[in-house]
Design a protein around this ligand. Structure first.
Ligand code: WTA
Length: 668
């Protein structure tokens, strides 16, 4: 592993132009580019090195110290970790706290009430500046509103919202009551929303009439109405609707306007203390089956690691930094690095409702300029889109406020890494590549700026207090230079506490391949210096624009169409989105008769978009006469992936029908 001391001892970069970018194979030998710790971060680096040393000396003591330093506990904990019921961990078990109070009230008490918490910018250009005092007041009132509507600790509240301040207020108000939020990304369909409401047994939905997206209002309320017509949603008592889009909505007896109910609610709310292990949220994520998993996170451990990583990986100076994480609250990145991490640290941040290219391609860079953003955290796919649009767009803006860039969601290709650093960061800013997952709750593997010699394309080293290890199929640690599977050897504070109502699936999915180790589902390689390079998923999870989707989920959606007899889906490499969805479909005899292939393909693409959400719409649907199957009937996805990526198709000798791949390739 790159220990801090080694990193300092290494020679500086050999070439700043980026022309000798590592290919991503993990080798950094032979004069390839890497970047020394940035001078601007070296002061902080001493503290960061101490963190590494402290964690190495006593991991549990280290996390206990961090938790005490970063959070306000109502009842101090005396037990750090209880893993007797492994893999179900308890952290800081006998302590109590209120998560919302840690993100809000305590900053106001500490005299920071006038600090801006959120610079909100709507897509049409409307803005709101919300201080910590104002956000605290909003959340207190909203907590009273929810409790007037009968929400009590442990209840589930589904949040289906655009990226507006009320979404953050709703999450924190739920947390303040010890209730459990389940945010469903606003791009998901009515059916996806219904399934999550049913699984969570939610009492209330918070939504908006609509939100601004790509220059128009994207309605949300109609999807809630449709979802609640479906099965398994009787648990919902009310729908709270924020007025945002101004679009017409139909009104049902259970519906209430957010602004009406807020006006009725009392302004002051006393936060109760809850146990550290009080569930905080459920977030559904795609697994290897058709049914999304409700990943459960709890309070004290989650907030500790979200705050710790936010502070140290991004080298936060809350008094001066203006931070912007571009993620939507519908994903884990929005939970940990828009809501909980930054607010626990009392940081000022930008919240932007819309897309990067509205009203024109430079919108993001205009926002960096306008708000003086210092730390920008985004996804490789966004960087690649900006590259495609051309550097003249950012070059025309003043981006000199930026001092640190972060990447998350998928492996960042060295070309995008260099472009990000040079064009957006003017070759001054470190780029930290952060690996983590919905299940890990917070960043697990990342360079620390100022400490680590940065290698473009590598997530590099576990953060202090985390034991990330690459192992072979037998669970033995691989040597530097070899690849294997990424695992975590010891429990960590923000780890998932389970899958909602499905403990067996939690054990089976993550803890059974290597007993005693968490199996992440990612392939990884150690380079000659022991640094970690992520290689992508090794299971049937795809990563499209940094969003997780399972092949099985899309296959299930496709076969729900009357005309589809069978479907196989693969993730194919894609220059912009990382991976793209390619579906191979056999039509039913009736549907196949005299069919217009192009029209049916397009219909099926749209069908999947309606069933799951636009992000799940395949790039391509190929109608095929048969799928490549072994004699035992197993679909050989490897061959389909070859075809989808335009490669020569691999070995077909084990296929039942040897000629099928030639036919499929013809049809691509
Ligand atoms: C992938 C997102 C390489 C990985 C926070 C993981 C990454 C999945 C990186 C989790 C990275 C995320 N380098 N791969 N820096 N960050 N991934 O749950 O495959 O939406 O398993 O959490 O994204 O996706 P999730």
């Amino acid at each position: 592993m790159t220990t801090p001391t080694e990193a300092h001892a290494r020679p500086g970069r050999s070439d700043a132009s980026g022309s000798t970018a590592p290919s991503g194979d993990g080798s950094v030998d032979g004069g390839r580019t890497s970047y020394p710790p940035s001078a601007a971060f070296v002061a902080g680096a001493v503290a960061h090195e101490d963190l590494h040393h402290a964690a190495e000396a006593d991991r549990l003591q280290f996390w206990a110290d961090q938790s005490r330093e970063l959070l306000d506990w109502r009842t101090p904990f005396t037990r750090t970790l209880d893993f007797d019921d492994a893999p179900f961990a308890k952290w800081f078990d006998d302590g109590t706290l209120n998560v919302a109070e840690n993100c809000l009230d305590r900053h106001v008490r500490n005299g920071l009430g006038d600090r801006v918490a959120i610079h909100f910018e709507g897509e049409p250009g409307d803005t709101r500046t919300i201080t910590y005092a104002e956000l605290t007041a909003d959340v207190q009132r909203a907590a009273n509103m929810l409790s007037d509507l009968g929400v009590v600790a442990g209840d589930r509240v589904v949040v289906y919202m655009p990226l507006i301040p009320e979404a953050v207020v709703a999450m924190l108000a739920v947390a303040r009551l010890g209730a459990i939020h389940s945010v469903v990304f606003g791009g998901f369909s009515a059916e996806s929303l219904r399934a999550r409401i049913e699984d969570a047994g939610a009492k209330l939905v918070v939504t908006a009439d609509g939100g601004w997206r790509k220059g128009a209002v994207a309605p949300l309320k109609p999807a809630v109405d449709e979802a609640l017509e479906g099965e398994g949603t009787d648990s919902i008592e009310h729908v709270l609707v924020v007025r945002r889009g101004g679009n017409d909505v139909t009104w049902n007896e259970r519906d209430l306007w957010w602004h009406d109910e807020m006006a009725k609610a009392a302004p002051e709310h006393e936060a109760r203390a809850f146990p550290s292990e009080q569930p905080l949220f459920i977030l559904y994520t795609s697994g290897t089956t058709g049914k999304p998993k409700g990943i459960v996170h709890t309070s004290g451990g989650y907030l500790t690691q979200a705050a710790f990583t936010h502070r140290n990986v991004f080298d936060m100076h809350p008094e001066t930094d203006v931070y912007w994480c571009t993620a939507d609250i519908g994903w884990i990145t929005g939970h940990s690095y828009v809501v909980y991490g930054p607010l626990a640290n009392g940081v000022t941040q930008v919240l932007y409702e819309g897309t990067p290219d509205v009203p024109e391609p430079g919108r993001w860079w205009d926002l960096v300029d306008k708000y003086g953003v210092t730390v920008l955290y985004t996804a490789p796919t966004a960087v690649r889109s900006a590259m495609k649009a051309g550097r003249q767009i950012p070059d025309a803006r003043d981006l000199s406020s930026l001092r640190l860039l972060g990447s998350v969601g998928e492996p960042i290709n060295p070309e995008a890494w260099h472009w990000f650093r040079q064009v957006i960061g003017h070759d001054r800013t470190p780029v930290v590549d952060t690996w983590w997952q919905t299940e890990t709750g917070a960043i697990m593997v990342s360079a620390l700026p100022g400490v680590t010699q940065l290698k473009p394309g590598a997530a590099q080293c576990p953060i202090p207090g985390i034991l990330a290890e690459v192992v072979d199929e037998d669970g033995n640690r691989v040597e530097p230079g070899a690849s294997g599977l990424l695992t975590i050897a010891e429990p960590w504070p923000s780890m998932a506490r389970g899958i909602w109502h499905d403990p067996d699936r939690f054990i089976e999915t993550y803890w059974s391949k290597f007993p005693g180790r968490y199996f992440a589902g990612d392939g990884a390689r150690l380079d000659g210096e022991g640094d970690i390079w992520l290689l992508g998923r090794v299971d049937d999870v795809m990563n499209v624009s940094g969003h997780r989707l399972s092949t099985a989920e899309i296959e299930s959606a496709l076969v729900e169409h009357d005309g589809v007899a069978e479907a196989a889906v693969v993730g194919a490499d894609d220059k912009t989105t990382g991976q793209a969805i390619v579906a191979f479909v056999i039509l039913t005899a009736a549907a196949a008769d005299g069919v217009d292939r192009a029209a049916v393909s397009e219909e099926l693409r749209q069908f999947v978009g309606q069933r799951i959400g636009a992000i799940a719409r395949p790039r391509q649907v190929v109608i095929v006469p048969e799928l490549p199957k072994t004699r035992s009937g197993k679909i050989m996805r490897r061959l389909l992936r070859d075809a989808a990526e335009g490669r020569t198709v691999g070995d077909t000798t084990t296929l039942a029908d040897g000629g099928i791949m030639a036919q499929i390739t013809e049809l691509m």
